[in-house]
Design a protein around this ligand. Structure first.
Ligand code: KIV
Ligand code: ZN
Length: 513
């Protein structure tokens, strides 16, 4: 049985998804869960992109012990130095450096000849090897590159010290047979490939990322790259959960496995979805809410008689637990702490107290407090940066009637401590709230996108609102949870504004790749 290494890029390529921007605490929380899931390598970010990115990669590198942490760099000394600054504390520093090799990228983006590209790639790998123990080199847009040029440049970067070669399908262009044959070709034609790992990195523009990654495995890939929930640039990357479960279920065919703990998949998926605001579609393979639902009578009848008639994956395999009532309003701090640990949270005493107070407030209002509710409370508490001065929602009142103009009255405490109250109208309750918030905050705030969903089921479920805002010309996401949809809406908008205010790194335009 071959072991396929898993290189997770949720925090780098995944974070490049439109509308996603995670704060450092959110990144660390995801990194901790990726470690629990058992990824071999996690790409924690792109340190040269901004000061904030560098700090986040550094903090993740200092926190994570059981997975190798890496960072991305373009093929220049400045980027490699930034990555070193972030990663030098790890036991075996690892760098991911890339340069485009396709005629389209070389001509129009890099404006370089093939020889210049080759020299730049070799120089970057040599420079990186002075400090980094492991260097992975990626031929960006490998799939639209000349194969003979790929052989030439890969041979040279291996001589320079690269120990992993990644062949990305950067624009999601190839069909599985073609992508697989590229791996075979490189294995057969690069003279010094022995002992060097080949990595697959696919994008999903034509919906073929998973099939392409599996084709690469069939043709000798040693490592696969992807993200949780298949998030990522444009149509996303390969979903790691799909590859891990496909290899597990079709072990007879692929004769390969990852080292992922499959029963951590659902929790990882939930956490990434909650923190990125990228809601998993119900019909998403492996982790969608309907992945195990049987709707048609014929199917239900079959499953009742014998599960395997229509079910090839069991919910238990990926760690789906029934969302039963777990704690009630009489539950004490001790029981709450035990539950927090059981569902995978490591909290300081201060965060535990904060979460416990929120839980008690909810338990007073809600009949049944489920595992989903507790997960939402703990995730919010764990990732809330309290050390920055923010706008704080103090009160919210909304008047609505079918024949009246909706009016919101809101009070906040400003970052300088001043208490402020305003009122405004709107064509609906949410618009009235958002018009009021725009009057309360200094600077210009504009709503770009709004999404709402419920945490678990039931008429008294918590509401979770995700917004995309532009505050003082800087775009950010925002997240708010409350039992009332209007309060969750207000919290999400204020959270979006606060994120811009508190993240200095967002104030300068971030470099993305
Ligand atoms: O898709 C891609 O080519 C990338 C590289 C930076 C590896 O993400
Ligand atoms: Zn990519």
């Amino acid at each position: 049985m071959r072991k396929i290494e898993v290189f997770d890029t949720t925090l780098r390529d995944g974070e490049q998804s439109a509308g996603v921007n995670l704060n450092t605490l959110e990144k660390v929380e995801i990194a901790r869960q990726l470690e629990r899931l058992g990824v071999d390598i996690m790409e924690a970010g792109f340190p040269a992109a901004s000061k904030g990115d560098l700090q986040a990669v550094k903090m993740i590198a200092e926190t994570i012990k059981n997975s190798s942490v890496t960072g991305l760099a373009r093929a220049n000394e400045k980027d490699i130095d930034a990555a070193w600054e972030a990663l030098k504390g790890t036991s075996e520093p690892r760098l991911h450096v890339f340069l485009a090799t396709s005629p389209i990228h070389m001509t129009y983006k890099l404006k370089m000849t093939t020889d210049q590209v080759l020299d730049t790639a070799v120089a970057a790998v040599k420079y990186a090897k002075k400090t980094f123990a492991h260097v992975q080199w990626s031929a960006e847009d490998a799939c639209r590159s000349d194969k003979q040029f790929l052989v030439r440049i890969i041979t040279e970067v291996i001589k320079a010290g690269a120990t992993v070669i990644n062949l990305p399908d950067t624009v999601g262009y190839r069909a599985p047979e073609e992508y697989g044959s590229l791996f075979r070709f490189i294995k057969e034609n690069v003279p010094n490939i022995e002992g060097v790992k080949l990595s697959a990195h696919c994008h999903n523009d034509l919906g073929m990322a998973t099939a392409n990654t599996l084709a690469a495995i069939e043709n000798g890939a040693d490592q696969i790259e992807g993200t949780i929930n298949a998030i990522g640039e444009r149509a996303g990357n390969t979903g790691l959960e799909e590859i891990a479960v496909a290899l597990h279920i079709r072990n007879d065919f692929y004769q390969a496995n990852t080292g992922l703990k499959l029963d951590e998949i659902k929790r990882t998926s939930n956490l990434v979805s909650k923190l990125t605001g990228m809601i998993v579609p119900s019909n998403k393979s492996v982790v969608g809410n309907n992945a195990f639902a049987h709707e048609s009578g014929i199917h239900q009848d079959g499953v009742l008689k014998q599960k395997t008639t229509y079910e090839i994956i069991t919910p238990e395999l990926i760690g789906v637990t029934s969302n039963r009532l777990v704690l009630g309003k009489h539950s004490g701090r001790h029981a709450f702490k035990n539950k927090a640990v059981e569902i995978g949270f490591e909290l300081t005493d201060q965060k535990l107290n904060q979460a416990f107070t929120t839980f008690k407030d909810l338990a007073d209002k809600k009949k049944e407090v489920t595992e989903d509710d507790i997960f939402a409370i703990l995730t919010n508490t764990q990732t809330e940066a309290k050390d920055v001065k923010e706008y704080e929602l103090k009160s919210l009142q909304v008047q609505y009637g079918m024949d009246n103009i909706p009016t919101a009255t809101i009070a906040v405490v400003k970052p300088d401590g001043e208490y402020l109250q305003e009122a405004a109208t709107g064509s609906g309750s949410v618009e009235a709230i958002y018009n009021t918030i725009e009057k309360l905050v200094e600077g210009s705030a504009v709503l770009l996108d709004y999404k709402i969903h419920s945490v678990g089921g039931g008429r008294d479920a918590l509401a979770e609102v995700f917004v995309q805002v532009k505050y003082n010309e800087i775009e950010s996401s925002g997240r708010g949870t409350a039992q009332d949809v209007l309060e969750a809406s207000a919290r999400a908008y204020i959270n979006g504004v606060n994120r811009v205010r508190s993240s200095h790194e967002l104030k300068t335009k971030k470099v993305t790749v």
